[in-house]
Design a protein around this ligand. Structure first.
Ligand SMILES: Cc1ncc(COP(=O)(O)O)c(C=O)c1O
Length: 467
């Protein structure tokens, strides 16, 4: 019997009527006045007018379930009234003063954010974007260690400023210019696509379908660490590297998870020679992975530096770097200034986001709804010849699509786009990523419900059937 297609879960919110420039007008200005290198999603680009909780409304008022959250950024829901109210109040009191003066909000916020981190990470620097945060972390690591080499993982994404473009390791985001010196990338311990990996490697509800004989320790993890040991011997000075950067789960790279104990092994190796470990929590922070507030907690380490952005501000340009007083001291050799960093309004937003995550139990919701969604998505792997892998934790999820499960050849862009457009037609927005652009990225606002998760699976099942 043919299944009928799921309906969008109910929502009583009525969007405002759109009164702005026409769609054709937006198209023309984008072509004439915005960067030609901008990526624009969908054959007929989607133009949005309003957002409410996990919902987005286009110019005609059509409603979509937003399972991508503005690229993993809308953490507590679109247009959250608590944030709107707090921003209005702050804006009408003091919108900006710069941090050469005392202002209560930056102090309150620094204290509250530091309380969420391990005790040793007491000092917070506020900036405006994830790239800026990682740039600053590179500088800190070098000033503190007095060494220059920085290592990251292949397939990572850490930003697109000149320095972070060198840290990032994905050809799509690299311009053909000399890369900033002192950056190196090591083998990505991808347990689905990499040389090693099996069905016990991941810390998460869904494993790969690769056979593995591990009993006590994850063999894949050990082998990937041995590769890094080789590089330490051959590639770098005996005194070691300045820093190792890693996302707790790769975001843009397609929700890639590493074998258990890999990050801990790297942390121990880097610390042993006086280097620092930087956790990029731009996507994995603020409760998204469900089990913990920070992704690094599941790797059982306490990083020396943590960078954060995206979900920290629910869409407001706010980012931060947290570190130890000792590392912070090394940045006092010169003045450090950032005009907007920790401005009263952005600090107000940051405070409200932390309150909402707590008050609305959003970390717990990420865990329960995310685990349910992962388990249901894994069933699609059994049903569809195109679902090669399902992975992630909480509401940080990737579904890797392939043309052939044996060879893992990425699904061709024609079929991928058809599936993606079918989802959109049916009111579902999901992201895309991975080196080959064949991974569905699911990172919604953390307020989604189980009904939304079931709707997502239904629409994906139908779309998979159409390719
Ligand atoms: C893990 C990670 N780090 C850093 C960045 C850079 O952040 P931004 O775009 O705010 O500069 C991103 C952006 O996608 C990211 O995903």
């Amino acid at each position: 019997m043919k299944r009928s297609l799921a309906k969008l879960p109910k929502c009583d919110f009525v969007p405002l009527k759109y009164k702005g420039p026409s769609y054709e007008n937006l198209k023309a200005t984008r072509r004439a006045n915005l960067s030609p290198a901008l990526t624009t999603y969908y054959g007929k680009p989607l133009a949005l007018n309003q957002g409410y909780k996990q919902w987005l409304f286009d110019l005609d008022g059509k409603r979509y379930l937003d399972m991508f959250g503005g690229i993993c950024t809308v953490s507590v829901g679109h247009s959250h009234p608590k944030i709107t109210e707090a921003v209005n109040e702050q804006m009408s009191t003091l919108g900006h003063c710069s941090n050469v003066y005392y202002h209560p909000k930056i102090h309150q916020y620094a204290e509250k954010l530091a309380a969420k981190l391990p005790n040793k990470l007491k000092v917070i620097y506020f900036v405006n974007s994830g790239s800026e945060a990682n740039d600053l972390a590179v500088l800190m690591a070098r000033c503190y260690t007095r060494k220059s080499d920085i290592v990251s993982l292949k397939n990572c994404y850490h930003g697109m400023t000149y320095e972070t473009m060198a840290l990032t390791c994905n050809g799509y985001y690299k311009y053909p210019v000399p890369q900033s010196p002192g950056f190196f990338r090591t083998m990505n311990p991808d347990v689905y696509r990499g040389i090693w990996g099996g069905q016990n490697c991941r810390d998460g509800p869904v494993q790969t379908d690769r056979v593995c004989n591990c009993s006590q320790e994850c063999e894949a993890g050990i082998k990937y660490l041995q590769q890094f040991d080789e590089e330490l011997k051959y590639e770098f000075p005996k005194c070691g590297i300045a820093a190792f950067f890693a996302e707790s789960i790769q975001g843009v790279g397609g929700a890639v998870q590493y074998p258990k104990n890999y990050i801990k092994g790297i942390y121990n190796r880097v610390s042993a020679t006086g280097g620092v470990f930087v956790s990029d929590e731009v996507q994995t922070g603020f409760g998204r992975t469900g089990e913990h507030f920070w992704g690094f907690q599941s790797h059982e380490i306490e990083p020396d530096i943590v960078t954060m952005a995206k979900g920290i501000g629910n869409g407001f340009p706010l980012a931060a770097v947290a570190t130890t007083p000792e590392i912070a001291e090394s940045l006092t050799k010169a003045g450090h200034f950032n005009t907007f960093g920790g401005n009263p309004v952005s600090s107000t937003v940051g405070l409200a986001v932390l309150d909402i995550i707590e008050e609305e139990n959003l970390q717990e919701n990420s865990k329960t709804v995310g685990t349910h969604l992962l388990v249901e998505l894994a069933k699609l792997r059994e049903l569809s010849p195109f679902v090669g892998d399902v992975r992630g934790k909480g509401l940080m999820i990737g579904v890797e699509l392939v043309s052939d499960k044996e060879t893992k050849i990425p699904l061709d862009s024609g079929r991928f786009l058809k599936l993606w457009e079918t989802c959109l037609e049916n009111g579902l927005i999901v992201g895309k990523g991975g080196l080959h652009g064949n991974v569905l990225r699911i990172k919604p606002p953390m307020c989604i419900t189980q009904e939304d998760a079931d709707f997502t699976v239904d629409i994906l099942r139908d779309a998979l059937g159409k390719i």
